[in-house]
Design a protein around this ligand. Structure first.
Ligand code: NCD
Ligand code: ZN
Length: 352
């Protein structure tokens, strides 16, 4: 049996939701990750430090007893956000980034930013303070093809933004295209990107395998095989600009399986195991620890975790459904198998 011992990883992009749904999904993340960057797209969104602290309390209250887990909070950038709010966020020590959603780009993004010029004063303060901007990089222009929305966002908005704010710490979230990989590689070290497990494992054909597959619908949408290949190469390259962010986004089964199903894939139940599968496909398991446990912490200036987790190469079957408050959700790989399994104990290798 092959065994992998890794420094405990962090998830740099996670949707936890609220209430009973939060309590249902949180243990999956806590079992694998020491910290997670928690997305602010609640209804209503988390726009102030005060909201973020209250949301953090809600998450901490839902933690399993004795859990060793730290939620890292984000604020939802709106055209009303003030530079003072950035200072408050930074001083709180609890908020680690501002999330930019172009208005209407994805689930619960109606309060997002319509024109970037409107948030320039806030971005100036963030650049001065070294406070990171986390970007959902897709245009919302309905005339742009859904498969081109990331590439066009780069051309129209992100390249000019990065030139205008060269010192701004910026994370392009859940990258899906070769162009995004190139952008990140060509910019200075203060520009980085997160990569999901599902974008490493699937290309857009997975949306239509034998019929329409609502549980593979997420934003940014899955792309062509050549883009998946570019993103896989970036993740497994050892380049510290690329790190793990699951974008695990739970929705009730009924919200996904309907005439107009919503975007989001739930991967928290097998997140690290799925990344191990992807890295193994590229014969790069030796690079998994850097991607999962070092690069993100280093980028955000946080200490690397001390504890370790162990993965075993033992296949297991993912349940057809998981409880999600009063609802059920359909996890990634439902009813199918995952090659790697998380061992429920600490590493015995005596690694520091
Ligand atoms: C996310 C969600 O459901 O909150 N959905 C998704 O498809 N990724 C929102 C997001 O990160 O875009
Ligand atoms: Zn997300």
């Amino acid at each position: 049996m092959t065994v992998l011992c890794l420094r405990r990883p962090d998830d740099w992009h996670l949707h936890l939701r609220e209430g009973a749904g939060l309590a249902a999904v949180l243990p999956d993340t806590v079992a694998r990750f020491a910290r997670a960057m928690v997305m602010p797209n609640l209804v209503p969104p988390i726009v102030t430090t005060k909201d973020a602290l209250a949301y953090r309390d809600q998450i901490c209250a839902a933690l399993p007893l004795g859990a060793d887990f730290q939620p890292l909070m984000t604020l939802y950038l709106t055209e009303e956000t003030s530079p003072t709010e950035v200072l408050r966020a930074r001083e709180s020590g609890a908020v680690h980034g501002m999330k930019l959603y172009p208005a209407g780009a994805t689930t619960n993004s109606e309060s997002g930013v319509r024109t970037l010029d409107g948030v320039y004063p806030v971005l100036d303060t963030m650049a001065e303070q070294g406070f990171p901007l986390l970007v959902h990089g897709e245009v919302t222009d309905p005339t742009v093809d859904v498969f081109d929305r990331e590439r066009i966002f780069l051309e129209r908005h992100l390249v000019p933004l990065q030139r205008r704010f060269p010192d701004l710490k910026l994370v392009l979230e859940h990258i899906t295209t070769r162009e995004a990989v190139d952008f990140v590689c060509e910019t200075p070290p203060q520009v980085a990107a997160t990569i999901t497990a599902h974008h490493l494992l699937l290309d857009r054909n997975a949306l239509f395998r034998g019929g329409v597959r609502p549980h593979h619908y997420c934003l940014p949408i899955l792309k062509r095989a050549l883009h998946r290949q570019a993103v896989l190469e970036a993740a497994t390259s050892g380049n510290p600009k690329f790190f793990l962010g699951t974008d695990s986004a739970p929705h009730p089964r009924t919200a996904k399986e309907r005439g107009c199903g919503c975007a989001g894939i739930y991967t928290a139940h097998a997140a690290l195991e799925l990344y191990a599968e992807a890295f193994e496909q590229c014969h790069a398991l030796d690079r998994l620890e850097g991607f999962a446990s070092h690069h993100g912490a280093d980028f955000y200036g946080l200490p690397r975790n001390q504890a370790h987790v162990v993965l075993e190469r033992v296949a297991w079957q993912v349940p057809e459904e998981l409880p999600f408050g009063a609802d059920r959700l359909v996890p990634f790989r439902a009813g199918e198998s995952v090659t790697w399994r998380l061992r429920d104990q600490h590493c015995s290798h005596g690694k520091p």
